[in-house]
Design a protein around this ligand. Structure first.
Ligand SMILES: *Cc1c(COP(=O)(O)O)cnc(C)c1O
Length: 400
């Protein structure tokens, strides 16, 4: 078996009927070529409706009626990294503060802590979701208070690869110690936990529309707030913190983080295919699971990550697999690359990154083991059933 095309992890895919281009054209025709305009407003509104409607459509009642359209306020920004930065500023994170952050993630979850002059304190994962361990989180909070005499300022939790974190446990720790949570839902638009959509957990949440995510604006992100004043403050900070005078009065340091009306046009078009993309990612994950499990001899060597139980409904942004033993995952991915398959080792935890070697960390060995035994596989909207079959065959034959 051979493939005549390269199979990517997750490439952007536009709607078949060209909605993205239509909204961009509209922006040109009306001369809304600026970091504000009708596409920005409409994209925010579509996200707001998606995040609140999915609660209703799954019949969830985790917060029984607590999340309604009126509880979700979305501000579109230039990236998810910018959104996390703004979220930290909204929570008052300053120089010398400490912020607890999931270690098993992409660097963009942690870097904005450093932009604020604060110190990230890394927390390891638990085995079921691979996200922040509630147990270690509580231990770290108590230890930081004992060591520094001060509470950490915020907690950054990630729904990695689309898998929702253990929100009940994490939110109850957040309430108990009164430390706010930022949900980094960059991977998890369309995922739910007990029926509640990812992107609505914690005090503030962030989304990514980078080119490799579940939908794209070419590059972009958003912050999700729970009241209008917070959304307004987010936009204020993201548009250079201009006080309401004509002469540009500044009392605060601001940033240039707003989304362009052109990018938002792409996002608006992408919202029409979001459900299709989510269904496709889930379909691909199921196909991987079925195909890896048909051959009983391989079945014991590879674990395809699925939902831990019915409370978790991942969008499976990327399907991930674990091998039974530690081995050179980097070399294995290079072999797959020769066969035309883009694959990647799982995220190298932040506490193992040279740039963060001085940062305190609360570790149980789980994320390091995941990093050493797992890879992620092509899962995006361009990946066909034939591609998945080819990938599974290739991996099985390489393992012999
Ligand atoms: C992609 C990603 C980000 C950053 O998103 P950008 O929009 O590219 O800034 C943050 N966190 C996680 C987990 C991501 O995968």
């Amino acid at each position: 078996m051979k493939t005549n095309h390269r199979i990517h992890l997750c490439l952007a895919k536009m709607s078949d009927n060209g909605m993205e281009q239509r909204y961009i054209q509209e922006a040109f025709q009306t001369n809304w070529v600026a970091p504000l305009g009708p596409n920005v407003d409409a994209f925010e509104d579509a996200l707001k409706r998606f995040l609140s409607a999915s609660v209703i459509s799954t019949g969830a009642d985790r917060r029984s009626g607590e999340i309604s359209v009126n509880d979700v306020y979305v501000a579109a920004l230039s990236s998810c990294t910018a959104a996390i930065h703004i979220a930290l500023l909204l929570l008052g994170v300053k120089t010398n503060d400490e912020v607890l952050c999931q270690s098993f993630s992409f660097c963009a979850s942690a870097n904005p802590v450093v932009y604020c002059g604060a110190t990230p304190i890394f927390i390891d994962s638990e085995e079921e979701t691979w996200n922040m361990s509630p147990e270690l989180l509580e231990k770290a909070i108590n230890d930081r208070i004992a060591k520094t005499g001060r509470k950490p300022k915020a907690i950054i939790v990630v729904d990695l690869y689309g898998m929702p974190a253990k929100w009940d446990e994490l939110e109850s720790i957040s309430h108990k110690y009164e430390i706010p949570i930022i949900e980094d839902a960059a991977n998890a638009l369309g995922s739910t936990y007990k029926g509640q959509p990812c992107g609505t957990f914690g005090d503030l949440a962030t989304l990514s529309f980078n080119g490799n995510k579940i939908i794209t604006t070419s590059g972009g992100g958003a912050i999700v707030c729970h009241d209008e004043a917070t959304k307004k403050r987010a936009i204020f900070l993201a548009t250079q913190a201009k006080e309401p005078y004509l002469h540009y009065e500044h009392e605060t340091i601001g940033y240039n983080y707003r989304m362009s009306n052109i990018s938002a046009g792409i996002g608006r078009g992408q919202m029409t295919v979001l459900e299709d993309h989510i269904n496709h990612h889930k379909h691909v994950n199921k196909l991987y699971r079925d195909l890896f499990n048909t051959n009983r001899t391989n079945n014991t060597n590879i674990l395809v990550k699925g939902n831990p139980d019915g409370d978790f409904d991942s969008n499976f942004w990327l399907t991930t697999i674990l091998f039974k033993k530690e081995f050179d995952t980097e070399a294995f991915c290079l072999e797959l690359d020769k066969a035309g398959i883009e694959a990647r080792p799982l995220w190298k935890p932040m506490h193992m990154q040279p740039v963060y070697k001085a940062a305190p960390a609360y570790i149980n060995g789980i994320s390091e083991k995941l990093y050493k035994t797992g890879i992620c596989l092509p899962s995006g909207p361009w990946v066909s059933d034939e591609d998945v079959k080819y990938i599974v065959e290739t991996i099985k034959s390489l393992m012999k």
